[in-house]
Design a protein around this ligand. Structure first.
Ligand code: GLU
Length: 509
């Protein structure tokens, strides 16, 4: 294994990290893990007008929420000296020139190209200015508080085309003529993305650049910069963007592009990543497709991950498939780990409206002081106090096999196990009979020796026989009284987990 592999994830802090960005971060993480390499997190904050510290904080907290671990951290805004150093190398080699064009002039050329239906290519006007002309233009720019921008001189580089082997797309060829002399440093003294990015990649020893395919058109520019600087070039892998089921590219505006959506809906971070890894990807084990595509750990996922098997065609995002993966993850996760994840990762007040005084569920069973501090109300702590650690574990163990998301589990925990009020029943007679018969039984523990399934089943059969009541009706009544619903998971199991005391109290008319 090559332990010099270095990859980077380089988000711009101009907004939230979205689901496509998370997929890029994951692919870098898996690639580093598989090759025993390092993952670098680089914040691309050269655009000072759009970059915000709060977005940087949110991106980092999202990466942590998903347990993606990085080894090194850099901020482009703190690396200006390094960019200057590399720019000097290009200046010394004569690969760059000053450009005095104003924004208005450039805009006019762009508009002209649009009108002529031609791609915009910088006309190279400033390449041929003489000393006096330059001085004159320099003064004009200085009056406006600007300096000349710096462009790469393609003519001097003298290549006609750029060709590279993309790990996902195979051979890619670009015509250099269409690129024009692009800007490395702007007239307001900012380094452009293409320059800062590849300088960082060179300077930080990045070996593989794995990023969204929306950046593929930047790659020839960055390769040309490597050539001009006389350095080697990293390998590139441009991964497909995510598409919705309607075939449209997922955009930041889509409700499920924002990672908050996944936290709020109660998807486990591991499940989201597992799903992102398999969508638009093929996992091969011993030359056979990895069958159920549910992994048990990052290590396992990384072991089977092969960037070359990433499909170059669009990856289709399906929330139903994600839900399926989440369901499997809930089932396979150790219950203690799940309880820990529920407590640490999710804001449970998103699911239960404890601040709503009219809410008859959990809010009815906590006092007003608790309601005021609703944001810090911890439903798991509360449930643990109600049931004890062991019994709560049994309840979560039961619920995790019945529901597909943490949200569904918490809603059910609230609705059935924490609700202290009473639900309406269908039939008064049957409810009274259940009350009488179950009251007679002994034990209040979930174990077989106490208030168990057989005991409740026998009581129901006895009621049916002695009172000529339909078994189905008795079960339906019991379910309605305990859960307020007409269907759901095994009502016998629910009754046992609730315990005799709570069952009896819910059957009291
Ligand atoms: N900051 C760029 C972005 O967020 C990074 C592109 C790259 O990976 O080179 O799209």
């Amino acid at each position: 294994m090559n332990n010099n592999i270095r990859v980077r994830f380089a988000p711009s802090p101009t907004g939230h990290l979205h689901i496509g960005g998370l997929r890029t971060a994951l692919f870098n993480y898996l690639f580093a893990k598989k090759n025993n390499g390092k993952l670098i997190l680089r914040i691309d904050d050269t655009d000072i007008t759009r970059s915000k510290k709060e977005y940087e904080d949110l991106i980092i907290s999202d990466i942590k929420w998903f347990d993606i671990k990085y080894d090194e951290f850099y901020r482009q805004s703190e690396r200006k000296d390094i960019y200057e150093k590399y720019l000097k190398i290009l200046e010394e080699k004569g690969y760059v020139y000053e450009c005095f064009c104003t924004e208005e002039e450039l805009l006019r050329s762009k508009e002209l190209s649009i009108n002529l239906k031609k791609p915009y290519i910088y006309n190279g006007r400033c390449l041929h200015l003489n000393g006096a002309e330059k001085e004159n233009l320099r003064k004009k720019l200085a009056d406006a508080g600007l300096v000349p921008s710096i462009r790469l001189n393609m003519l001097k580089l003298g290549c006609e085309q750029v060709e590279f082997e993309d790990m996902v797309h195979g051979k890619v060829v670009f015509n250099v003529k269409l690129l024009g002399d692009f800007v490395l440093k702007t007239s307001d003294n900012r380094f452009t993305y293409n320059f800062a990015s590849i300088v960082d990649d060179i300077d930080l020893g990045i070996t593989h650049i794995i990023r969204g395919e929306d950046h593929i058109s930047n790659t020839p520019r960055q390769i040309l910069l490597c050539r001009a600087l006389g350095t080697g070039c990293p390998m590139f892998a441009h991964i497909s963007l995510l598409y919705g089921k309607d075939g449209k590219l997922m955009s930041k505006r889509d409700f499920n592009a924002n990672l908050e959506h996944y936290k709020k809906e109660g998807y486990l971070p591991q499940a989201v990543l597992n799903y992102l890894a398999i969508t638009g990807n093929t996992f091969i084990v011993n030359d056979e497709r990895f069958s159920d595509e549910i992994f048990t750990s990052f290590d396992e996922m990384a072991h089977y991950f092969d960037i070359k098997r990433t499909k170059s065609s669009g990856a289709i995002f399906s929330e139903e498939k994600l839900k399926f993966v989440n369901e499997k993850w809930l089932q396979q996760l150790n219950t203690d780990d799940l309880i820990y994840a529920i407590k640490e990762k999710f804001i449970l007040t998103d699911y239960i409206n404890v601040s709503d005084i009219n809410s008859i569920n959990i809010s009815s069973s906590i006092n007003n002081t608790d309601i005021e501090s609703a944001e810090i109300f911890d439903v798991i702590d509360y449930a643990e106090k109600e049931y004890g650690k062991e019994r709560l574990r049994c309840i979560i163990d039961f619920l995790k096999n019945e529901y597909k998301t943490v949200k569904e589990i918490i809603l059910e925990l609230d609705n059935v196990f924490l609700y202290k009020g009473k639900y309406n029943y269908f039939d008064k007679d049957i409810t009274e009979l259940l009350f009488e018969n179950l009251k007679e039984t002994t034990g209040n523990k979930p174990e077989a020796s106490g208030f168990n399934e057989i005991l409740i089943k026998n009581a129901i059969q006895k009621i049916s026989k002695e009172n000529k009541k339909n078994i189905k009706d008795i079960y339906e009544n019991l379910r309605m009284a305990l859960t307020g619903k007409t269907n759901g998971p095994s009502i016998l199991k629910i009754a046992v987990l609730l315990g005799k005391e709570r069952v009896i109290s819910k059957l009291t008319i």
